[in-house]
Design a protein around this ligand. Structure first.
Ligand code: PMP
Length: 433
């Protein structure tokens, strides 16, 4: 084992030299040195179960990615203005996962860049600057991606600081939102339609609607049935386009579908994707139609020095190969389903668990003090996360109330690890009583 400088010393060096707004998990975080599959190992040799790494879909230290990276670095890495195979191969592979209306890929380095570029494309195509988004969402940190990010857990002043071209719709949450139960989707869509009509009457019609097909940031909360279909129809009828932000919930994580929008009977105009695409290597994409891209052409070309590079594209193809060869979407369906069932059973024994959101390997365990008032158990959620760290499980709170345990491990997650997670959560909940 390597000799490590004391963690606290490194932590204070970090806090002196590295921006505090790019914070770290936990007040006293373990110093992680290695990763393998869904496991992390710290400098003292302690093992942790990693429930947070939805970026590393194939698992930590995947040898296929390491081999590809090493080989491609030795051969060539250059920008996408050069002609090489991997950029076309990755674009074709991405298009093959989508309905036929999609015919064009743009490669970038992150989810933020993908969202920012998608917003530019949508604005150029619709000719309208106004954007509708939903509350409690996160889409990235650039000027435009941040403008449509509404989550108060990331920015406590999000609600009062959105620019005038951003219009925030209620979070379509059928568990604790303004509309609940079976008809919630229709009710939220009716509200959205009313809002669009009012904006049109005011001379600021919506050009873009951006949303996740499952509200990831809020804790994997389902967008209620009917909502996306009705909103998509209303946006298009008014001359606008829709962006499905799949950065967090797409790429097979939900098990039953590769893309989240597939669950909603809609085909968006633009898809944004990142995180999983590179298994941690910076890689993102906007996938759309050539008529939409053509609308941006009179604003010049779009060039990213390393987006779609020889290396990034080759890694992107490798990730898709491994997802397919190891049937990781199938594993998300099977192991995620088993994990969800176990968490639902756990909820019956622990009244602090209000509900279990999500599907596949994107789950959210919502903790409440009272099943009628749904008072968020924010402090308890934090205590549980701290205790689970002691017990060797890395899991974090999410959502505007900080009361949802976000469960989004690598897609190679095993049944044994699911059992460890559930029994550790059981123990932490029991101790808290
Ligand atoms: N969109 C969504 C839905 C996200 O969850 C995130 C990141 N959490 C982003 C966009 C931004 O992605 P990135 O961190 O790669 O810039």
């Amino acid at each position: 084992r390597p000799t490590a400088a004391p963690s606290t010393d490194l932590l204070s060096r970090r806090s002196r030299s590295y921006s505090p707004i790019q914070g770290h998990y936990y007040a006293e975080p373990p110093r992680i040195e290695r990763g393998w599959r869904e496991h992390l190992i710290d400098v003292d040799g302690r093992h942790y179960l990693d429930m947070v790494n939805n970026v590393t879909v194939l698992g930590h230290g995947h040898p296929a990615v390491a081999r590809t990276a090493e080989r491609q670095w030795r051969l060539l890495n250059t920008n996408s203005r050069f002609h090489y195979a991997s950029v076309a191969e990755l674009s074709e592979r991405l298009l093959a996962t989508l309905p036929d209306s999609f015919d064009t890929v743009l490669l970038v380095n992150s989810g933020t860049e993908a969202v920012d570029l998608a917003l530019r494309l949508a604005r150029a195509f619709s000719g309208r600057p106004d954007v509708a988004c939903v509350a409690e969402s996160y889409h990235g940190w650039s000027l435009a991606a941040d403008a449509v990010s509404t989550s108060t857990s990331d920015n406590p002043r999000a609600a009062e600081t959105r620019p005038p071209w951003v219009h925030v719709l209620d979070a379509p949450n059928a568990y604790r939102g303004v509309h609940r139960g079976d008809d919630a989707g229709t009710a939220y869509a009716d509200d959205a339609r009313e809002r669009f009509d009012a904006l049109r009457a005011a001379g600021t019609p919506i050009g873009t609607f951006i949303a996740e097909p499952r509200n990831g940031n809020a804790g994997g909360i389902a967008v209620p049935p009917g909502y996306l279909a009705a909103v998509t129809e209303a946006v298009r009828a008014g001359g606008g386009v829709t962006i499905s932000d799949e950065v967090q919930v797409g790429y097979g994580r939900q098990g039953s579908v590769f893309w989240g929008f597939e669950d909603h009977g809609v085909v968006p105009d633009i898809v944004t994707v990142a995180k999983a695409m590179g298994n941690g290597h910076p890689l993102g994409a906007v996938i759309t139609r050539s008529d939409i891209v053509a609308a941006l052409a009179d604003q010049g070309t779009v060039f990213s020095s390393s987006g779609g590079s020889t290396l990034s594209s080759r890694i992107g193809v490798t990730v898709l190969d491994v997802l397919r060869d190891e049937d990781l979407q199938g594993n998300a369906l099977r192991t995620g389903g088993r994990l969800r069932d176990a968490l639902v059973a756990l909820a019956e024994r622990h009244p602090l668990v209000g509900t279990v959101h999500g599907q596949g390997l994107y789950l959210g365990v919502e903790l409440v003090r009272d099943h009628d008032t749904l008072e968020p158990a924010t402090e308890e959620t934090r205590l549980i996360c701290d205790r689970m760290l002691d017990l060797g499980v890395i899991v974090q709170p999410t959502g505007d109330r900080g009361n949802v345990l976000k469960v989004k491990p690598p897609l190679c997650f095993s049944e044994a690890s699911a059992d460890v997670f559930v029994s550790t959560l059981d123990r932490a909940l029991t101790e808290l009583r």
